[in-house]
Design a binder for this molecule. Structure first.
Ligand code: ZN
Length: 217
């Protein structure tokens, strides 16, 4: 299985750094990707950050193609300019989409401990749960950052799945799950090769070793 992860769609609506800018794609590119993905059963979609473009551009494009997506939101961003407000989050929910936790303040979970980590992985989860009146069982690490300690705490909180930004394929049984970030610098050909690439055994071992090192540090 392959997971594609989006961030912002359409015009960039606030000041962001160059790294994040590369994660904003235009609507045409999104639609091209979704058209390719729609007939396939081996691809899942997620979107991070709770940008308003989730509801203005992504949601209608998903609905048109009868596609589902998990939206990872940051609780402290709700109702703030350029981010989703409460009504928009409920609209996403009622369209049959899943909601996951992406932290309270969008801090990397690598190196976070104590209260600061709990704010991101527990307080944010609880406040989103209250808003959607349902439980949240998936988390996505902001900036793809995690370490042994944060993963241990996420396990303790009984998250079903934790999504990273480590590229590659994944298996539905993975707890720590790889996702492929879609960037504006990519072409549709690049996206197709991410989806269809079958890594060699050596590449697979290398990738798994890299993840293991990140998990243990
Ligand atoms: Zn993020």
């Amino acid at each position: 299985m392959v997971i594609l992860n989006f961030h912002g769609i359409g015009p960039i609506t606030r000041d962001i750094d160059a790294g994040e800018k590369d994660c904003w794609i235009n609507l045409r590119f999104l639609e091209e990707i979704l058209d390719y993905v729609a007939p396939r059963k081996d691809i899942k979609l997620t979107v991070d950050d709770g940008n308003e473009s989730d509801v203005t551009f992504l949601l209608p494009a998903l609905k048109e193609r009868n596609l589902k997506c998990t939206f990872f939101l940051c609780s402290d961003r709700t109702d703030k300019p350029t981010f989703l407000d409460k009504d928009q989050i409920l609209e996403i929910r009622s369209a049959g989409m899943s909601i996951g936790n992406h932290g309270k303040y969008h801090k990397s979970w690598k190196g976070l401990t104590g209260e600061s980590l709990l704010e991101e992985i527990l307080e944010s989860k609880e406040s989103l749960e209250l808003l959607i009146a349902d439980s949240i069982t998936a988390a996505a690490c902001p900036f793809g950052g995690y370490d042994r300690f944060s993963l241990k705490q996420l396990k303790k909180l009984e998250y079903d799945k934790v999504y990273t930004s480590d590229a590659g394929r994944c298996s539905p049984s993975d707890w720590l799950t790889r996702r492929n970030t879609i960037r504006r610098s990519m072409s549709i050909g690049d996206v197709k090769s991410i989806i269809n690439r079958k890594p060699s055994v050596i590449q697979e071992v290398k990738m798994r070793t890299k993840t293991l090192i990140k998990r243990l540090r």
